[in-house]
Design a protein around this ligand. Structure first.
Ligand SMILES: N[C@@H](CCC(=O)N[C@@H](CS)C(=O)NCC(=O)O)C(=O)O
Length: 229
């Protein structure tokens, strides 16, 4: 039951799926994609022409599965072993799906907008869009802070695919726009995520690549190593 996983260790959407692999103890074959390398990029485009990471290829059926939320859903169906990251109860599952979408759209995407603007050619930056993205992150921090006043994990008491989405999104978002002390519940939630063994493993594996993070701020994983506040 070989699962090929096309990914890059620095890429936050790839972290989202790695967390599920480590939570559920699913074996996979890692294939690192380097979109800056023409050969690696061309090989990846043959797997998935949209060339967005990650992509899972289950050698049992040979079909590529793209889009992280769908990949996580696929893993739940294929590997129903504990822990279940998508609840069987339809109402709870709806909550999990909602918070997965929230973290992708309102934390992950604005964070990526800010970071990838640094990679644009000189003169092609989008300062207006970047300012909007910072504003959206601050708005999202307020929502998360209110939610996490009464919840342990993104959708309630159980760790779920919503937390797989939240962890890398909030980690990198906090690097580019630190969550303030006025949002203590959101800060504590990020700390819980970083101490979760599945995500702290992802962060430790990503650390050698942080030198390629294109912002002046460097990601800091001391909390994940049990050394930070
Ligand atoms: N909606 C997609 C987004 C995937 C995505 O944007 N991946 C980034 C890496 S974190 C990527 O492939 N970036 C390369 C590019 O845009 O050229 C998903 O959930 O899988």
């Amino acid at each position: 039951m070989a699962l090929k996983f096309y990914f890059h260790p620095l890429a936050s959407f790839c972290h989202k799926v790695l967390i599920s692999f480590y939570e559920k103890n699913i074996a996979f074959e890692p294939v690192i994609v380097d979109l800056g390398n023409p050969e690696s990029a061309a090989a990846f485009r043959k797997v998935w022409p949209m060339a967005k990471m990650p992509v899972l290829v289950d050698e049992e059926n040979g079909r590529p599965v793209a889009e992280t939320t769908i990949v996580l859903d696929y893993l739940e169906q294929r590997f129903p072993q504990e822990p279940a990251l998508l609840p069987a109860d339809p109402e709870q599952a709806l909550q999990v799906r909602f918070w997965d979408r929230f973290y992708d759209f309102y934390v992950e995407l604005p964070m990526q907008k800010i970071v990838t603007d640094r990679l644009r050619p000189e003169g092609a930056n989008d300062m207006f869009g970047v300012e909007q993205a910072y504003g959206q992150l601050r708005e999202a921090y307020g929502v998360i802070d209110g939610e996490m006043a009464s919840k342990e994990w993104a959708a309630g008491d159980a760790f779920s695919i919503a937390d797989c989405a939240a962890a890398p999104a909030l980690f990198y978002a906090n690097t580019v726009e630190p969550i303030g002390d006025d949002h203590g519940h959101a800060k504590d939630y990020l700390k819980r995520l970083m101490l979760r063994p599945s995500f702290s493993r992802v962060l430790v594996e990503a650390e050698p690549y942080f030198k390629f993070f294109p912002m002046p701020q460097r990601p800091d994983i001391s909390v994940a190593k049990g050394m930070g506040r």
